[in-house]
Design a protein around this ligand. Structure first.
Ligand code: NAP
Length: 290
């Protein structure tokens, strides 16, 4: 008979991330670092679940004593129907990126992407709300970001997307948050930038292997904050040209770290720090996988 050691406790999965595929996820690096740093037992594991097995596998996780799990592509919308309750953000965004297992065995779905985005930009520059927020893209991430911006008090949000109808559908869902949210044609973006205090790319353009996001920044005020949620590479062509003309820039890695902080807090009731150490860990990993 073998007795249980402290090292065994460290290895017991207590949280994880579900997706298909899942090998690319950097969430285990972040959460395992914070678990060790907080002196908590257990590990955070990647869990590959094909779409057809989602319900069965989620039921299995419920039996395994998990505190909760993150949800990534392609399950963020499908998990919506499997949770027992949702927070306001998940309901408004229409997607869940974090599930917490409550003590009564029910599942609470949260969406921490919008909050993570806001924390990331606000920790760099606090006066990003003085003008318009120009949001490029209308996919899942854009929904979380528009919600986050509106809740954080952005005075006006303009959404530009290749497929204009998708931008119109997005803005229709965010008309009741006390912020003016409009969809505008992509071709007007270079001109509309003149009123922006924040410019954000939420598309996959600029990511390694994708075409760059080619924008004329001439009309953009040098006081505007420019941010990209793509973080591979860390400095996208958009961020490079914005930085070179004197704008403050924020890369996408901080959003990944900050959305994770809110998930960790929901599971373990500890708010971890977005420290230099955790960022460096991710930067080293990104360098390795180049
Ligand atoms: P998504 O739902 O598939 O949306 C993709 C968006 O990119 C849409 O607006 C799409 O426009 C646009 N797009 C794609 N290819 C394009 C092209 N060739 N030209 C113009 N527009 C194009 O994806 P998502 O979940 O929103 O994710 C978007 C990006 O954000 C990904 O790179 C993802 O890795 C990153 N992300 C980062 C974080 C973070 O924590 N930093 C969090 C979430 C996502 P159409 O509607 O016209 O197709």
């Amino acid at each position: 008979m073998t007795s249980k050691t402290q090292d065994d406790d460290k290895e017991v999965p207590v949280a994880g991330v579900i997706g298909w595929p899942i090998g690319h996820s950097r969430s285990p690096l972040i959460h395992n670092f914070w678990l060790r740093k907080s002196g908590l037992k257990g590990s955070y594991v990647p869990i590959a679940i094909p779409p057809e097995a989602l319900e069965e596998e989620v039921n299995r996780l419920k039996q395994q004593g998990f505190s909760g799990f993150n949800v990534t592509i392609p399950h963020k919308e499908a998990i919506f129907a499997l949770v027992d309750e949702k927070d306001e953000a998940a309901t408004a965004i229409g997607a869940v990126n974090t599930v917490a297992l409550k003590s009564d065995g029910t599942l609470r779905g949260l969406n921490t992407d919008g909050l993570g985005f806001i924390e990331n930009i606000s920790s760099t520059k606090t006066n990003w709300k003085t003008g318009t927020a120009c949001v490029i893209g209308a996919g899942g991430a854009a929904r979380a970001i528009v919600y986050g911006l509106a809740k954080a008090g952005a005075p006006r949000i303009e959404v530009f997307n290749r497929t204009e109808e998708r931008a119109q559908n997005l803005v229709a869902d965010f008309q009741d948050l006390g912020t003016e949210v409009v969809a505008l044609p992509m071709k007007t973006l270079s001109e509309r930038m003149k009123d922006a205090s924040l410019l954000v790319n939420t598309t996959s353009l600029g990511m390694t292997g994708e075409p760059p996001l080619d924008l004329d920044l001439t009309a953009l005020s040098q006081d505007a904050l420019v941010t990209d949620i793509v973080y591979v590479p860390l400095e996208t062509a958009l961020l490079k040209s914005a930085r070179e003309r004197g704008n403050e820039v924020v890369d996408g890695l901080g959003m990944l770290i900050h959305q994770a902080r809110f998930a960790f807090k929901a599971w373990f009731d500890v708010m971890p720090e977005a420290s230099r150490e955790v960022r460096d860990l991710l930067v080293v990993d990104l360098e390795k996988s180049k």
